[in-house]
Design a protein. Structure first.
Length: 367
């Protein structure tokens, strides 16, 4: 299943528009500031309910507009969309004419991966980015995980609220919430650890396929956000947690520890090597999703040429195309770096963006 058509209204500096997409490769090009990233952001809003640039939807809405609307249709004639009202801060989600309550309803239709300049911080950034990487797989592969994570988050919120009530720990109440928190934490940790063991094998297979020799000793290990028993850790930090007003240990502090030759990848690899490894990690996600669920993926690549040299651009795009289960939408400044596609990919859809206007271009007109 792929995104067949897309329409948008009230998105940043973009003029309203509607166009057809290729089931395989779509290329958006134009000068800096033309609106390329805004167009990809709008598509991401439709397929995931979220922007990859900001969590403030008012900033996504055109300054002169009161709302934005994004709508799409798949090849099975299904229609779905998102409407955001700036004044009331409300979101309306519709799928096949029916209202949906949660943004997760959109993301289940099209598992969407985004590669943007910030994606290449996955190894060097804090643990939250690596948790997102793992949880993306869990959300799409293990449907019960979403409710398990929501339950853990609700328990954590209640415990934190209790910690903020007084400067002195309420031991009786804390013991009650500790048990609830630990029970839900165990479920989250078990799901994460089990899936990571499977995902690691797909990552290693992808590394071998790409002939990334410097990463053939890669290991991926789950750190649950605490050492030892969580219940004991919580009890031993009652006063510290009360002083700070939040819980310092648990799955919300978890991490994936990536090591090469026994050393943390962030310390061992060069900047260029990290980018190559991150590409392999993201490619492995789509492979894993396909083998586990038979679902296709949407791959959004913003500012394609900014972080990778031409050899690595070609390697990444070739691998994605070869998977046959990925719809690709990428943006770039110029088409020169993609001329190698002329013979093998004449069916790509091209879109030129200038001053916020998106114009479909026949591929024969560009090469």
């Amino acid at each position: 299943m792929y995104l067949k058509s897309f329409s948008h209204q009230g998105i940043r500096n973009l003029a309203s528009g509607k166009f057809e997409l290729s089931p395989a490769l779509n290329i958006v090009y134009g000068e800096n500031g033309a609106g390329k990233s805004s167009l990809l952001e709008a598509i991401c809003l439709l397929t995931s309910g979220r922007s990859f640039r900001t969590n403030k939807l008012d900033l996504v809405t055109n300054e002169e507009a009161t709302q934005f609307i994004v709508f799409g249709q798949n090849e099975e004639q299904g229609r779905f969309g998102l409407n955001y009202q700036k004044k009331s801060k409300t979101k309306l989600i519709k799928i096949d004419g029916e209202k949906a309550k949660a943004l997760s309803s959109l993301s289940r239709i099209y598992p969407t991966q985004v590669i943007c300049p910030e994606s290449y911080h996955l190894i060097d950034s804090g643990p939250s980015e690596r948790r997102k990487y793992l949880d993306w797989c869990l959300f799409h592969v293990k449907h019960q995980y979403h409710s398990e994570w929501k339950q853990y988050s609700a328990n954590l919120k209640q415990r934190n609220a209790l910690l903020r009530r007084s400067s002195k720990p309420d031991l009786e109440q804390l013991e009650i919430w500790d048990k609830l928190l630990c029970d839900s934490a165990n479920k989250v940790n078990q799901e994460r650890e089990a899936l990571l063991l499977q995902l690691e094998q797909t990552v290693l297979a992808t590394i071998a396929q790409l002939n990334i020799e410097f990463c053939d000793s890669l290991t991926m290990r789950y750190y649950p956000g605490h050492s030892g028993d969580l219940a004991e850790k919580l009890r031993g930090n009652y006063q510290s947690d009360t002083d700070s007003g939040f819980t310092k240990f648990g799955p919300h502090k978890a991490d994936i520890r990536l090591k090469v030759n026994g050393y943390l990848a962030k310390d061992y690899l060069s900047r260029g090597q990290k980018k190559i490894l991150i590409n392999a990690l993201l490619l492995a996600q789509t492979n894993f999703l396909k083998t586990q669920t038979n679902k296709d993926s949407l791959f959004i690549i913003d500012d394609f040429s900014s972080e990778l040299d031409q050899n690595n651009q070609r390697e990444l795009l070739s691998m994605l195309i070869a998977q046959n289960n990925v719809q690709i939408i990428l943006s770039c400044l110029q088409l020169d770096s993609l001329k190698w596609l002329e013979k093998g990919y004449n069916n790509a859809h091209m879109f030129h963006v200038k001053h916020g206007n998106v114009t479909p271009i026949k591929s024969s007109e560009t090469y």
